[in-house]
Design a protein around this ligand. Structure first.
Ligand SMILES: [Zn+2]
Length: 287
């Protein structure tokens, strides 16, 4: 019979082990750097091609061709958005929140990118403007635009409190994708994935390591803007949590719309630019 170890008495060298300095897993300087100032100069001359207003507690899809831009703006009141991205021509290539987090850290800002799933692993979109960049990291360890949360969803709500709530971001994204592509809900749902939490202010508590949220510092007029590296299908949900200062997964919080605008570069401005190729790994996996 094997006894299961139930006590975790620290070893004699516990402090020495804790004192080992951390090493950055993926040093930033190893990543190819996007030319953000060039992207901004193209954007300066770009022409608006469309807009979609995301109603509160709902989601909408939008297309952005490679080389075009999209901007997400807070309008009317503080509101958090949950963003999904797919390759417009291949839904199996989608935003990979976990790898984006490993490459850039827990929260994204200007010059950082949203990366796609295996086996593609290439930049889908590059952030070229973030009016909340000033926020930095607050004394609680909180920051904005995280890639640590998943998306609010009805399954976790049911697990924790037995509810049947239908306007979580997961359901909003599912309905919007189904409507946009004329798919049954059951086919759209598996394509919905972990999000970029636009404008959301989050972190992990220092003492217990728990995921926390707090009132978003976003105000009407604040925006986050992207350069589309590949042809994109976007889907944005205006979270039922509103500014996420108290609770989500209910109709309690004050919620506001979010505006998505798209812009096309003028003829010739993308000369010399190429959409990034799929990842170069040969996929033989040692066989
Ligand atoms: Zn949500």
């Amino acid at each position: 019979m094997t006894n299961i170890e139930t006590s975790t008495r620290p070893p004699e060298d516990a402090e020495a082990r804790r004192a080992v300095a951390p090493v950055i897993c993926y040093p930033n300087d190893a990543l190819p750097r996007p030319d953000v100032s060039w992207m901004r100069s193209v954007r300066q001359r770009a022409v608006k091609t469309g807009e979609v207003l995301i109603p509160p507690r709902d989601a909408r899809c939008f297309d952005v061709p490679a080389g075009h831009f999209f901007r997400i703006t807070s309008v009317e009141g503080p509101q958090v958005g949950d963003l999904n991205l797919w390759n417009l021509n291949d839904l199996s290539e989608r935003f990979y929140s976990g790898k984006t987090r490993a490459l850039h850290g827990t929260h994204l800002t200007t010059g950082e990118r949203m990366w796609s799933s295996f086996p593609h692993l290439r930049p889908m979109a590059t952030i070229i403007a973030d009016t909340l960049e000033w926020y930095g990291i607050d004394p609680f360890g909180g920051s904005v635009h995280d890639v640590i949360g998943t998306r609010c969803d009805p399954y976790t709500g049911n697990l924790l409190s037995g509810t049947q709530y239908h306007h979580c971001c997961h359901s909003n994204l599912t309905r919007a994708l189904a409507d946009h592509l004329d798919l049954p809900l059951a086919e759209a749902e598996p394509a919905v994935h972990d999000v970029l939490n636009v404008f959301m202010c989050t972190g992990f508590t220092r003492d217990t390591g728990q995921y926390f949220m707090k009132a978003s510092p976003v105000r009407p007029g604040d925006h986050l803007e992207f350069f589309a590296e590949i042809d994109l299908l976007g889907n944005l949900s205006a979270c039922p949590g509103g500014d996420c200062s108290s609770e989500h997964s209910s109709d309690t919080a004050a919620c506001f719309p979010l505006l998505v605008e798209t812009f096309a570069p003028v003829e010739g401005d993308l000369k010399g630019w190429e959409s990034p190729a799929r990842n170069g790994y040969d996929r033989t996996h040692g066989r």
